[in-house]
Design a protein around this ligand. Structure first.
Ligand SMILES: C[S@@+](CC[C@H](N)C(=O)[O-])C[C@H]1O[C@@H](n2cnc3c(N)ncnc32)[C@H](O)[C@@H]1O
Length: 300
């Protein structure tokens, strides 16, 4: 494995410990309750996992999740009857996902350590490939998208979240506040990686090696071999504005409360968005919610 891949693995492993350590021992009832809450939270946010992902018709479908993290999304799909395969570059994250399948009794689902850029599966193996906030952290998103295309069955669906460059978060929170005013963008090709992702209870000791953001045109290029490309934006939060955002977050939690759906995926409850933020998400949000299909006959 290259140094770069080892750094990627080390970062996501350390972040897992910071976010989730100590929360692994859950009972089946707690997991089921957590999954109900997760689905409810996703519906409130109109998240990819419930809008682009056809939850109601997952029964018997072969779903690959790339980068399942702590396994909340994969467990949700398995609970809806999908036969899930989950691949994460970080062994602890693959193990956390496997534990959730075991607790659910989803014996035909499995999780393993592996790399998005070199998937250990045959061509045309899956009905759906799902990946939420992962492929912009790989050394080559193009290579990873090539793998998504390869392992999908003809007519199969890719359901992918990638970061959006044409967003408030990229231009104001990151580029203006961190890149320009704090001077982080100068002389550091990975300033964006360093500016994103850490959380949880521990101080950051390892840096995120890669983060990329895409314009709509960039997404179209990445999905050039697919058809029926559907793109929409989402996810805007005032609390992400450096410094001022912390004050806003306290007010927001008092005003709108928190949602327990966050526990399984973020290790803590999710601060509920204001209606204004939800609306702004559709215009200047930081996430591209993407769905596209692999043509029945590949042109190449
Ligand atoms: C931001 S987290 C998202 C986790 C999960 N999808 C979620 O939404 O909660 C990124 C995940 O991608 C995984 N990852 C990063 N690079 C990867 C790669 N090349 N192959 C597979 N997984 C990767 C990380 O280990 C981590 O679990």
């Amino acid at each position: 494995m290259s140094d770069n891949k080892q750094d990627i693995q080390a970062f996501w492993g350390a972040l897992y410990d910071s976010l989730y350590a100590g929360s692994e021992d859950i009972t089946r009832d707690q997991l089921l309750e957590g999954l109900d809450a997760l689905e409810d939270m996703f519906r409130l946010r109109r998240h990819l996992a419930v809008v682009e992902m056809p939850l109601e018709s997952l029964k018997g479908k072969r779903v690959l999740e790339i980068g399942p993290g702590a396994g909340g999304h994969s467990a949700l799909f398995a609970r809806h009857g999908a036969i899930v395969t989950a691949v994460d570059i970080s062994q602890v994250r693959a193990d956390a996902t496997a534990r959730k399948f075991k607790i659910l009794g989803a014996d035909d689902s499995k999780a393993m350590q592996g790399d998005a850029e070199d998937l250990p599966f045959d061509d045309d193996a899956f009905d759906i490939v799902y990946s939420n906030g992962v492929l912009h952290h790989t050394t080559s998103t193009e290579t990873a998208m090539g793998e998504v295309f390869r392992v999908l069955k003809p007519g199969g669906r890719a359901v992918i979240l990638l970061y959006c460059k044409s967003s408030w978060h990229f231009w104001i929170n990151m580029w203006l506040c961190i890149g320009l005013l704090k001077g982080k963008a100068f002389g550091d090709r990975n300033w964006l990686g360093r500016a994103t992702e850490w959380g949880g209870k521990d101080a950051q000791t390892v840096e995120n090696p890669i983060t990329r953001c895409y314009t709509g045109a960039g997404i179209k290029r990445l999905f050039a071999r697919f058809e029926n490309l559907r793109l929409r934006k989402g996810e805007f939060y005032f609390y992400l504005i450096p410094k001022l955002g912390r004050l806003y977050r306290r007010w927001q939690i008092k005003r709108y409360g928190t949602h327990p759906g966050g526990y399984l995926v973020y290790g803590e409850p999710w601060p509920i968005q204001s209606p204004l933020e939800h609306w702004l998400g559709g215009i200047i949000g930081f996430a591209w919610f993407i769905a596209a299909t692999k043509p029945e006959k590949d042109a190449q």
